[in-house]
Write a protein that binds this ligand. Structure first.
Ligand SMILES: *Cc1c(COP(=O)(O)O)cnc(C)c1O
Length: 323
């Protein structure tokens, strides 16, 4: 198994830098007062395509050889990875096919097609997307790029934490949303290299606590697709590339409820004027839950994405009291 190192994050950053936005760091005086802490938000909701996934996607495609570039990339995703791959493929002039469920939200299908990718539909209830993906990749000689379990993806995602640490300096803790662990493992490699005493926490939805259970068990635990509003974290297991890094370096994995995510969404809207998708709220929700541990500390929170249909957004924040 290949060992991925912080140096891979540095190289990824050099490669993708010209194509990404160095997203802003935002703060909230209200929150800092409430927590008696200094909290720095890395706003990947303002990244091109609306989520950090572009970082890993670009890094993976920039590492393609000539033949791979010619034949193209294939990905399966109904969410931010699809848009990241489609956008990266477009600017690098690489053909892209994205496999999406027939019932994927129209806005996501249109965004992906808008970047020039060909969308292929499958039935998520009767067909297995991994099988279809593998078959199509073989048939068209395209390279399949998964959304988290890939060294180039992990290295690319680690560049967000690199920018955060370069911009704000010393941090006692960093909170990161956890799905399959691409973002968390990249952040861990970066934090371990730059701030060895900084504790990094992964935060996952309560309904999909496979990460927490895997950490306890000492091996990857597979679950059914979890029912949660955090659609970007509806994965069924960590990956064989991401898990060992998480196991080695993570301070802890925490879980939050959908209600806690909605409260964080409302906080971002009301206090910070930011639209953040439910999955993008995992980091803040985790910090809020364990806030008593971070009094007087400097804490980084990665806001991972902001893509959500307005109707759904309005529904989710309408009844939420914020924190
Ligand atoms: C994909 C995604 C995550 C989870 O990232 P992993 O690398 O799969 O752990 C979190 N937030 C958003 C917005 C995402 O799109």
């Amino acid at each position: 198994m290949s060992t991925i190192q912080y140096n891979d994050v540095v190289q990824a950053h050099e490669k993708i830098n010209a194509h990404i936005r160095r997203t802003d760091i935002h703060t909230s005086k209200t929150l800092n007062r409430l927590l008696d802490a200094e909290v720095y938000f890395k706003c990947e909701n303002f990244q091109k395509t609306g989520a950090f996934k572009l970082r890993g996607a670009l890094n993976a495609l920039l590492n393609f050889n000539v033949l791979q570039r010619q034949k193209g990339v294939l990905a399966f995703s109904s969410g931010n990875h699809a848009q990241g791959i489609a956008y990266a493929a477009k600017i690098l002039n690489i053909p892209a096919k994205i496999l999406m469920p027939k019932d994927a939200p129209k806005s996501k299908v249109q965004a992906t097609q808008g970047y020039g990718a060909e969308v292929i539909f499958y039935d998520r209830y009767t067909e297995n997307r991994e099988e279809i993906g593998k078959r199509l990749a073989l048939e068209h000689e395209m390279t399949l790029i998964p959304s988290y379990n890939h060294p180039d993806i992990i290295a690319g995602q680690g560049t967000a934490a690199k920018e955060l640490i370069e911009d704000v300096g010393q941090l006692d803790a960093i909170f990161v949303g956890l799905g399959g662990g691409g973002m968390l493992s990249g952040t861990l490699l970066t934090a371990h290299a730059l701030l060895p005493n900084c504790k990094v926490y992964g935060v996952e939805p309560e309904a999909g606590n496979d990460g927490e259970r895997s950490l306890q068990a000492g091996h990857i635990i597979q679950i059914d697709t979890p029912q949660t509003i955090a659609d970007g974290a509806q994965v069924t297991s960590l990956g064989h590339f991401t898990f060992p890094i998480i196991q080695k370096y993570v301070a802890d994995i925490q879980t939050v409820s959908d209600l806690e995510l909605q409260q964080a969404m409302a906080f971002f809207a009301q206090r910070m004027k930011m639209i953040v998708e439910p999955t993008g709220c995992l980091g803040l929700a985790g910090l809020m839950k364990y806030r008593s541990l971070f009094k007087g500390k400097r804490v980084g929170v990665i806001i991972t994405g902001g893509n959500i249909d307005l109707e759904r957004y309005a529904r989710l924040i309408s009844k939420s009291e914020f924190i």
